[in-house]
Design a protein around this ligand. Sequence first.
Ligand SMILES: Cc1ncc(COP(=O)(O)O)c(C=O)c1O
Length: 387
Amino acid sequence: MDIKKLIRPELAAMRSYTPIEPVEILGQRAEGRIVKLDGNENPYGCSPKVCQALADYPYYHIYPDPEQRKLRQTLEKYTGFDQKNIVCGSGSDELIDLVLRLFLQPGDEVINCSPSFGMYPFSTAACGGKLVDVPRDKDFAIDIAGVKKALSEKAKVIFIASPNNPTGNLVTEQEVTELVNTGSIVVVDEAYFEFSGVTMANLVLDYSNLIVLRTFSKWAGLAGLRIGYGIFPVEIASHLMKIKQPYNVSAAAQAAVLASLADMDYLRSNVAKIVAERERLFSELKELKWLTPYPSRANFILCSVHCRADSLHYHSEGAEQAKKLAQGKLSGVSPAREIWQRLQKRGIFIRYFDSAQLRDYLRISVGKPEDTEALIGALREIESGGI
Ligand SMILES: Cc1ncc(COP(=O)(O)O)c(C=O)c1O
């Protein structure tokens, strides 16, 4: 029996998402200590109060509240928005998917301003939509005129991450209002809000088509528990509450959020440490002549790699190949990829994106000071000829 015939054709043809690997798998690829700077995770972990709350929680055998009452009440205090405006998801990833499921009919269009977060194209494809890409400019600012031009009758949703992953820059309020005034649903994804301190959430009450998404994965160190939320116009929130899986947020995730929000000083001090380390990492990276780090308001830094034959010795490829590589004449070989692989051999994991647009870039998550030391040490070693 040909099962493929029964599968929705757009899903049968869909490319799978390239996720990062878990620590156990990375451990098998490297000997010794692992420096994990590939997932924009929080190097300080979650609050110790979360571990205690998870150990003490007595009702794992009971389904969690489908109305997310306690969670939304607590988020009301944290965000300053009424719980009617708040919906929680199993990570903000789930909310991206839910929003698209709510608005897309087969063939409807979604605007993506690349390079940006990979889940927008992924969920668009999974929901039967068509992605319309409007690339950012050379400084990664959104091409607002380009987005407006690209909006057809079928365009329903525009995704803007702010700070943007992987570029680290913010959208401005003027840009958001311009986009909202087009009448499409505008999703401002603020997964890294606590690192930037800049939000568009205050505009949600003024526009019935603006959505702001947030997560506990990054600032609160709960990536493994999967919990995000959105601030929505009431009408959108009520439809999302209706179409979501009833028990989409686990009891464990709920307990973890309540404990996190009861330990704000601890979490805020970790955010401050990460922001300070981001600035230190930025200046260290700037010292390397063959890398250009881009300023970031998040917990990662994007770098463009422009290796020259005289600054990076390609022992493996030989001098001739290195020269071609430096001149960009060697198709299929990317210096950024080479650096990424050499770091992996040293147990240092950063993010390389296998796409034409990002083939000369690397994204480095901000870790602890000792992670910065290990990374910079390894990059210097590679610079001076280490393979
Ligand atoms: C821009 C952006 N949005 C959403 C997410 C997903 O967050 P969550 O862990 O809450 O699903 C990420 C994670 O990397 C992200 O970079």
